[in-house]
Design a protein around this ligand. Structure first.
Ligand SMILES: Cc1cc2nc3c(=O)[nH]c(=O)nc-3n(C[C@H](O)[C@H](O)[C@H](O)COP(=O)(O)OP(=O)(O)OC[C@H]3O[C@@H](n4cnc5c(N)ncnc54)[C@H](O)[C@@H]3O)c2cc1C
Ligand code: FES
Length: 337
């Protein structure tokens, strides 16, 4: 049995004890702490932390999740990390988002479904339990697909509107997808919806330097929630969003982005479409539109959210160009297994 000190981003330290051959992530879970976790299999990299001291064994993982260079620098995947001595591990998330008691089922009613384009819709749920929800802008919930025992993850695309106790989401309609089909074809206003969460370490940190936001498709959702918060609090640093989609029809919520650009002094954005058939003036991928003016010689916090191939592409682009931002936070909209 080894003692592991988990140092969270907000300065809080929690101690856990691992059982023989138990991973740090499993021991944390047993102790009521949900440190960031997704595949639990050494494949996704979501649980990457830094080991400040102590020794450990890494029990099988792929290089996409943790590079050799990162492993040499004592970065670890907590889902595969088996301590061999007492350890100190820095977790890149606030302790606030990791305390499991804050995650509970929220029962709500579907109050709006809005088909924004051929490929995308938004939905809104309301209720007194929604009013009481606490989450950080950028986080997600698991939404149960009505009539099934399945759930799917969706990022909040708004903060809670206290006036009508509502919160919204953005969803790409995946052909034959379980939730997509329910929302696009079968859902009715008034349906019961159960949400579980909040989850995730992709949330807006205090703004202490310029921010670059990179959104792919419905990966725009968490940024809409973040921008709502920034509109309330203001920012003395420039914030730029690059929103990339595949086809013209995937470009949604441009009116909201225009409204944020008018309301937030330091906020600018651009959008680009990858398809060669596009009539949108800016073509290509978000990486084609990331210039020195957005990167501030590395003095920038980068937030990235979108499908896994986009996250990989931006990661490779930054490595090739030798860009080392002050911080880099990402969320992959991986399909459920
Ligand atoms: C942390 C997190 C946050 C997420 N937030 C959002 C969000 O805000 N908005 C959003 O639209 N999605 C989001 N997703 C993805 C979402 O959870 C679902 O995976 C997606 O909506 C498909 O669910 P479905 O039930 O309609 O399709 P499923 O029944 O799960 O899938 C049907 C088929 O489509 C394939 N498929 C599933 N998803 C995709 C995809 N994205 N592209 C191509 N093929 C796919 C599956 O492999 C399967 O073959 C998020 C995922 C994660 C992990
Ligand atoms: S949770 Fe995916 S690598 Fe650990």
């Amino acid at each position: 049995m080894y003692k592991v000190a988990l140092n969270f981003e907000d300065g809080v330290t929690r101690f856990i004890t691992t059982l023989p051959m138990e991973s740090v992530a499993d021991a944390a879970y047993r102790s009521g702490l949900n440190i960031p976790l997704d595949c639990r299999d050494g494949a996704c990299g979501t649980c990457k932390c830094h080991c400040e001291s102590g020794s450990y064994e890494m029990d099988g993982y792929i290089e996409d999740a943790l590079s050799d260079q990162e492993a040499e620098q004592q970065f670890v995947l907590t889902c595969r990390m088996i301590p061999e001595a007492d350890c100190v591990v820095t977790v890149p998330a606030s302790s606030e988002v990791c305390v499991r008691s804050q995650q509970a089922d929220v029962h709500a009613k579907l109050t709006d479904i809005n088909r924004l384009s051929e490929s995308t819709l938004s939905f809104t749920v309301s209720g007194d339990q929604v009013r009481a929800m606490h989450f950080l802008p950028g986080q997600y919930v698991n939404v149960q697909v009505p009539g099934t025992d399945q759930s799917r993850a969706y990022s909040f695309s708004s903060m809670v509107n206290q006036d009508d106790e509502s919160v919204s989401f953005l969803i790409r309609v995946v052909p034959e997808g379980l939730m997509s089909t329910y929302m696009a074809e079968n859902a009715n206003v008034g349906d019961n919806i159960t949400l579980r969460g909040p989850f995730g370490s992709f949330y807006l940190r205090d703004i202490k330097r310029p921010v670059l936001m990179l959104a792919g498709g419905t990966g725009l959702a968490p940024f809409l929630a973040m921008l709502e918060k920034i509109q309330q609090d203001g920012s003395e640093y420039p914030i730029h969003l690059i929103y990339g989609v595949t086809n013209d029809t995937d470009l949604v919520e441009m009116g909201k982005l225009d409204a944020f650009a008018s309301a937030i002094d330091n906020f600018t954005f651009s959008a680009c479409v990858a398809s060669e058939d596009s009539s949108w003036p800016q073509k290509g991928y978000v990486t084609n539109h990331m210039g020195p003016g957005h990167l501030h010689d590395g003095d920038v916090d980068i937030y990235l959210c979108g499908p896994p191939p986009m996250v990989e592409a931006v990661n490779s682009f930054m490595q090739e160009k030798g860009i080392q931002p002050a911080s880099f936070h990402y969320e992959k909209f991986a399909a459920s297994k």
